[in-house]
Design a protein around this ligand. Structure first.
Ligand SMILES: NC(=O)c1ccc[n+]([C@@H]2O[C@H](COP(=O)([O-])OP(=O)(O)OC[C@H]3O[C@@H](n4cnc5c(N)ncnc54)[C@H](OP(=O)(O)O)[C@@H]3O)[C@@H](O)[C@H]2O)c1
Length: 527
């Protein structure tokens, strides 16, 4: 008998399944996926009978795999307890195979059936539900997807026309970013996926969308009435989205980063998604289809820069050498080809050509070795149309306008800057911030974004995943910058610990408009 599944937080059951992780001996599996799944199991969000089988070419026993994962869960999980791990470890298995070789699929299929049978979760056709996770290098995505299809592991099409869909197993796939390296490769990957999996069973993961506050943007905008009337071109002057890191690229340069860069790695993927949550129209309901439709509509309204326009709307940089002897410039990192002019910093100005946002610039920037680690959105409001207080003091004419800061990391919260009168004689104005810190106010613990996202996929909930059209539109918007030879060849070198190239200020047509706290600033609370 199939074990009974626990209800998830929104009441949907988490089906028992076999989770197949391709790339099980790799970095992402050890640092993120297994610790995240362990956390979910601790919170009883994995159904009884669910097993996880890691697949990679390296020969390893189940026990060796468990030992390795034990060490990394201890280091990377939010909270660790040995008894919880011992229970979780019983779900973990390893299967050595070359997933790029078609003949490997027979053995894998047998392994999945065996695990499903042992756990008592087989469905019609003698197979359990299967969640594939592609955590391998992107050049292996298409061959592995094709092998899964050719190996007969996907029967999802039969499920739709089955008389008893509930008894028929589902097969889903989670694909890690990058979803292609440009528009053409993204289209090719989407087609490869489409030949084997239904779009509804394809989960393109963006762990940014798993972050609490990105979801909270929707709650803030659509569960309160006060924001909607001011959330438009009449009141908003511009919007900034920043994802800044203080660390450099280090050993990831050779394998991955030098061929990607900040614009591909961060702006094209995560920051466009954050922008969608800020700028999309209210969906009719908070479900996957409604939200995806709004995001696609929004991205479709983004102006695609022409080759001539792109250089004035994008600045790229790479960090120079720091003061310490180990503080290498990006071009000195192992495996970097300086001639590629890879960007460790990118800032772009985008326009959204719709009724709500026409004329309101959206500035997106991301970089390594910057002054402060922070991910935030700044909604800058317009100044009042008339400065009636300037009669008391000429400088009052230049008072900063209101702004709303939405902090995504490291502290989740919002802060609204308001003008106030300083108590006492005379008319002196100063600003003050109204602050809401989510953890202080609501308590709870910060969870690794991957865990809830994987459980969503098991529950068939794609709300926080990307549709193929979002991916392709993202490339359409970013390609004019990524592929523009003028932007690349004029890449700026910036000082580590700074806020990137000074030239980024010119995107505003002035100086000092980016919200850039001083170096060393530590965010203890929002603001
Ligand atoms: N690491 C991160 O923080 C991170 C963040 C976001 C996205 N990603 C993406 O996630 C994916 C994995 O990244 P990663 O950093 O974990 O890479 P990684 O450390 O290089 O791991 C790659 C894994 O793939 C396995 N593999 C290679 N060829 C294989 C084959 N033919 N059949 C089966 N397994 C094979 C390798 O093991 P064997 O050599 O034993 O086969 C290894 O386990 C990449 O697409 C990356 O872009 C990673």
């Amino acid at each position: 008998m199939t074990p009974k599944a626990p209800a998830s937080s929104n009441g949907n059951p988490s089906d028992p399944c076999v989770i197949v992780i391709f790339g099980a001996s790799g970095d992402l599996t050890a640092r993120k996926l297994i610790p995240a799944l362990y956390e979910q199991d601790r919170q009883q969000r994995l159904a009884p009978g669910t097993s996880i089988v890691g697949v990679a070419r390296t020969e390893m026993s189940d026990d060796t795999f468990r030992e390795k994962m034990h060490a990394s869960a201890k280091e990377h999980a939010a909270a660790f307890d040995q008894a919880g791990w011992d229970r979780f470890a019983n779900r973990l298995f390893y299967h050595a195979a070359d997933a790029a070789a078609a003949e490997s699929m027979e053995g894998l299929s047998a392994k999945i059936a065996e695990l499903g049978g042992n756990a008592g979760i087989l469905r019609q056709g003698g197979m359990p539900n299967i969640l594939f996770y592609l955590s391998v290098s992107p050049d292996l995505y298409e061959p592995i997807i094709e092998n899964i299809g050719a190996g007969g592991l996907v029967s999802e099409g039969h499920r739709w026309c089955s008389l008893n869909a509930e008894a028929t197993p589902w097969q889903r796939i989670i694909v890690e970013k990058p979803f292609g390296n440009d528009l053409a490769s993204a289209v090719s990957l989407n087609r490869a996926l489409g030949r084997v999996f239904e779009e509804e069973e394809t989960y393109r993961i963006d762990h940014y969308l798993g972050k609490e506050l990105v979801q909270n943007i929707a709650v803030m905008r659509f569960a309160n009435t006060i924001f909607e009337p001011i959330w438009n071109r009449d009141v908003v002057e511009h919007v900034q989205v920043t994802a800044a890191e203080t660390v450099g690229v280090g050993s990831r340069a050779a394998n991955f980063y030098d061929r990607a860069g900040a614009l591909r790695d961060m702006v094209q993927s995560h920051l466009l998604q954050v922008m969608c949550m800020v700028a999309m129209e209210p969906p009719s309901v908070f479900d996957a289809d409604a939200i995806m439709r709004e995001k696609i509509k929004l991205l479709g309204s983004c102006v695609v820069a022409s080759d001539a326009e792109a250089p004035s709307a994008c600045v790229m940089g790479r960090y120079g050498r720091g003061k310490g002897p180990q503080d290498r410039a990006y071009i000195e990192e192992d495996g970097v080809d300086p001639k590629r002019n890879t960007d460790t910093y990118a800032a772009v100005r985008l326009e959204i050509d719709n009724w709500r946002w026409s004329g309101v610039p959206f500035y997106l920037r991301s970089g390594k070795k910057l002054a402060v680690k922070q991910t935030e959105i700044v909604v800058q409001f317009r100044r009042p149309p008339v400065q009636i207080f300037k009669m008391f003091d000429g400088s009052l004419a230049d008072r900063p306008a209101n702004r709303l800061i939405i902090n995504i990391a490291p502290r989740e919260g919002i802060s609204l800057r308001l003008e106030g009168k300083v108590p006492g004689m005379g008319m002196k104005l100063d600003y003050a911030d109204l602050q809401l810190d989510y953890l202080d106010r609501f308590g709870g613990e910060q969870v690794e974004a991957y865990g809830p996202l994987i459980v969503d996929a098991i529950r068939g909930d794609r709300t926080l995943y990307k549709h193929k059209e979002e991916v392709e539109l993202g490339w359409k918007i970013c390609e004019p910058f990524i592929k523009n030879p003028l932007i690349r060849s004029s890449i700026h070198t910036y000082e580590p610990g700074s806020w990137g190239p000074d030239a980024a200020e010119r995107l505003f047509g002035g100086v000092g408009r980016w919200h850039s706290p001083p170096p060393g600033f530590v965010r203890k609370t929002v603001g």
